[in-house]
Write a protein that binds this ligand. Structure first.
Ligand code: GDP
Length: 367
C-alpha cells in the first residue's frame, strides 16, 4: 500500500508539472542551447532535438516538452507576422514496400533543394515500432540526399509502439520547421494503421504505387484512397510505361466512386519515373497548385488546426496508457486478463471493463 500511494502521485505530479509550462519563463540550459542551434538552422541541434523528443527518460522528457512549447511559441509569432506564408509544406507519402518511395524521395528531394528549398524527411515505420525490424530501412536508402547540406533525413525511432512513434514524429515535424526546413516529407509504408496517423499530421497526403497487374488496386484499402490528395504511379519508364498508363486509368476510374477529402480538390493521378526524373517537375507544380487552392479556401489553415487536435489526442492516449501501465499492480492484472481472454474464459469487453475498474479503484485508494 505504501508503494501504491507513492507510485500514482509521482506519475500524476510529473504530468501536471510538465503541462504547466507556458512557452516562456525559465528554460533549462540544454533547452536554451538546442533552441539557439535550431534557430541557426544547425543540423546537429536538430538531430539532438529529435532524439530528445523520442526519449522516455523523465528528465529529458521534461526538457523535450519545454523545447516543443518554445518552438510552437516561436511558430505562432511567425504566423502572426506572416499568416499561412510562414507555414512549411508537410507532405505525407505512403506506398507498399518496393513502390520506389526512397528512390522517389531522393529524386524529388534533390529537385527541391536545387530550387533553393530545405527538405526534411521523417519516417514512420510501423515494423520498427513493433518488432525493431524495418520495412523502410535506414538512411542509406537515399545516399545523395543524405549528403545534401539542405536536406535532413531521419529514420523512424526503432523503439516504442506506433502511438509513441506518431507523437514523436508530430514533434519532429515542428522541430524541422524551427530549423528552417520549408518542406517536410513524412514517409510511411502502406501497412497497418501508420498511413492514417501520417495523414493526420500532413497538409497533403500522397499515395505512391508501382505499375502492376491491378491486384494491388483490389487489395488496396479504400480508406487510403479516400484520404489521398494525390496518387503517383511511379516507374513510368522503359518497359513499364504501358503498365503505368493502365494503372493510371484504373485509378482515375476507381476515384470516380470515392468521395474526395476536399470539395475544392479532386485527387489527380500522375505518372512519374524516379529513375529518369520524368514528371517530377510537373508534380511540384501540382503541389503548389494544391497549396494555393487550399490556402484560398481556408482549408489549409483548418487542416493545420485539425492536425493540432489529433496531436493532442495522441499525447492523451500515450499519457493515459503510461499512467495505466505504471500504476502499481496493473501489469500483473493485465497479464492475467490477457491470459483469460486468450483461453476464452472471459470476453475481451468484460476484461477491458474489469481492467478499467481495477485501475480506477487503485487510483481512488491512493487518494
Ligand atoms: P521503397 O521500398 O518503396 O522505398 O522502394 P525503393 O525506392 O527501394 O525501390 C524499389 C526498387 O524499385 C528498386 O530496385 C529501385 O531501383 C526501383 N525503382 C524505384 N523507382 C523506380 C523508377 O522510377 N523506375 C524503375 N524502373 N525502377 C524504380
Amino acid at each position: 500500500m505504501a508503494l501504491l500511494t507513492k507510485q500514482i502521485p509521482r506519475t500524476l505530479t510529473a504530468l501536471s508539472r510538465s503541462s504547466s509550462f507556458s512557452g516562456s519563463g525559465c528554460l533549462d540550459h540544454t533547452v536554451t542551447r538546442i533552441l539557439e542551434g535550431l534557430r541557426n538552422g544547425q543540423r546537429a541541434s536538430l538531430a539532438e532535438a529529435i532524439t530528445l523528443v523520442e526519449t522516455s527518460h523523465p528528465k529529458k522528457k521534461e526538457q523535450a516538452k519545454q523545447l516543443v512549447s518554445q518552438v510552437l511559441h516561436d511558430a505562432r509569432q511567425r504566423q502572426y507576422a506572416l499568416g499561412t506564408k510562414s507555414f512549411s509544406f508537410r507532405l505525407g507519402l505512403s506506398g507498399p514496400p518496393g513502390a520506389g518511395k526512397s528512390t522517389f524521395i531522393e529524386r524529388f528531394g534533390k529537385f527541391l533543394t536545387s530550387q533553393g528549398h530545405k527538405v526534411a524527411v521523417l519516417a514512420v515505420d510501423p515494423s520498427s515500432a513493433t518488432t525493431g525490424g524495418s520495412l523502410l530501412g535506414d538512411k542509406t536508402r537515399m545516399p545523395e540526399l543524405t549528403t545534401d547540406k539542405n536536406a535532413y533525413i531521419r529514420p523512424s525511432p526503432s523503439r516504442g509502439h506506433l502511438g509513441g512513434v506518431t507523437r514523436s514524429t508530430n514533434e519532429a515535424v515542428v522541430l524541422c520547421e524551427a530549423a528552417g526546413y520549408d518542406i517536410v516529407i513524412v514517409e510511411t509504408v502502406g501497412v497497418g494503421q501508420s498511413e492514417f496517423s501520417v495523414a493526420d499530421m500532413v497538409d497533403m497526403f500522397t499515395l505512391l504505387i508501382p505499375p502492376g497487374g491491378g491486384d494491388e488496386l483490389q487489395g488496396l484499402k479504400r480508406g487510403i484512397m479516400e484520404m489521398s490528395d494525390l496518387i503517383v504511379v511511379n516507374k513510368s519508364d522503359g518497359d513499364l510505361v504501358a503498365a503505368a498508363h493502365r494503372m493510371q486509368y484504373e485509378y482515375i476510374s476507381a476515384l470516380k466512386y470515392i468521395r474526395s477529402r476536399n470539395k475544392q480538390w479532386k485527387a489527380p493521378v500522375k505518372r512519374v519515373s524516379s529513375v529518369t526524373g520524368e514528371g517530377i517537375e510537373e508534380l511540384w507544380e501540382i503541389l503548389q497548385k494544391y497549396r494555393k487552392t487550399m490556402e484560398n479556401s481556408g482549408d489549409f489553415l483548418s487542416r493545420r488546426q485539425t492536425q493540432q487536435k489529433s496531436w493532442m489526442w495522441t499525447h492523451l492516449n500515450e499519457n493515459l496508457m503510461s499512467v495505466f501501465m505504471q500504476t502499481y499492480g496493473m501489469k500483473q492484472i493485465l497479464k492475467e486478463r490477457e491470459r483469460q481472454v486468450m483461453l476464452g474464459m472471459i470476453s475481451p469487453g468484460d476484461a477491458a471493463d474489469s481492467l478499467l475498474q481495477e485501475f480506477l479503484k487503485t487510483i481512488n485508494q491512493s487518494k
